[in-house]
Design a protein around this ligand. Structure first.
Ligand code: SF4
Length: 79
């Protein structure tokens, strides 16, 4: 992770199970709606340890992070 990068954050709500680990790691980065579906607070955001930890902790890998602009994978990392 490079500080100063700008990220695009997405939650695949077809797989999100509402477990809220993302909010535990990044309380300002995600919100849960009334159906306990997670939404990024800001789909375009500065690179952040908390948001990366949220993506890594999601039990169903619902959170995808890419570099804004290039679309290069941040999480999950490319093989
Ligand atoms: S950690 Fe993953 S499954 Fe749990 S609420 Fe967040 S996005 Fe959904």
């Amino acid at each position: 992770m490079t500080m100063g990068d700008r990220w695009h954050v997405e939650v695949d709500r077809s797989v999100c199970i509402g477990s809220a680990q993302c909010r535990h790691h990044a309380p300002d980065g995600f919100r849960l709606d009334s159906a306990r579906q997670s939404h990024p607070s800001e789909p375009e955001t500065d690179a952040s340890e908390g948001i990366l930890a949220a993506a890594e902790s999601c039990p169903v890998e619902a959170i995808t992070i890419t570099l804004l602009g290039s679309g290069e994978a941040v999480f999950p990392p490319e093989d």
